[in-house]
Design a binder for this molecule. Sequence first.
Ligand code: ZN
Length: 255
Amino acid sequence: MELINTLPQPLITVTLFIFGLSIGSFANVCIYRLPKKESVVSPVSYCTACLVPIRPLDNIPIISYLVLRGRCRDCNNNISVIYPVIEIITALLLLAGFFKFGLTFDFLVYFVLAPTLVIITVVDIKHQIIPDVITLPGLALGLAAGSYSIGYVNSFMGFLLGCGLFYLLAILSNGGMGGGDIKYIAAAGAFVGWQKVLLIIFIGAVLGTFVGLFQIGFQKKTRKNIIPFGPLLSVATLITLFYGNLLIKLYIDNL
Ligand SMILES: [Zn+2]
């Protein structure tokens, strides 16, 4: 802790950014493999077109993508630009969290949560699911971390409130909301407590309204088009982690 405080800020920033890129690279592996129920540790990364294992030197975040000009060395197939974009987003999120929380328990939790939210967002957009293999361990971790940081009563209330409200919504919306969303909000509630889980739901609803209006207005999509909740809830969770205390204080002060 003391040692890190003596290091120059730019050095910490660059190191954490590079480390964040490699976490983002692992997030890509999770995004591709978790929905297929494949192991995320073995085999090593392979080209999704020709299945040839990627050489370690070709697997460096961003740099390899630029050197190979977005193509597989073996089959010349295009590698989606989504991969380096996810690496950069993950690294920036981790960096932002470091500057927000410093080296605290909150940052440790955030360090696990932020890449997970990136994974959930992309997986839900691509497959319209939030896998149990993320939400169920997330629930256990949420209750453990929440008990430590906000107390077990608040953590459990957050879990119950999130779970209960979304379960009710699932019944009312008649299939508009899936089991993955319920497990997600239950886990998020366990992490942040009852006040902030309400905030997540509120921000998610506001974001959903904007996205919905945008879709209807600009993309000529019908009202029936389902917006996946995962990305909305993930963004809402990130906003709550960063600005939750501030927003709740503003709300209480203006009552
Ligand atoms: Zn290939």
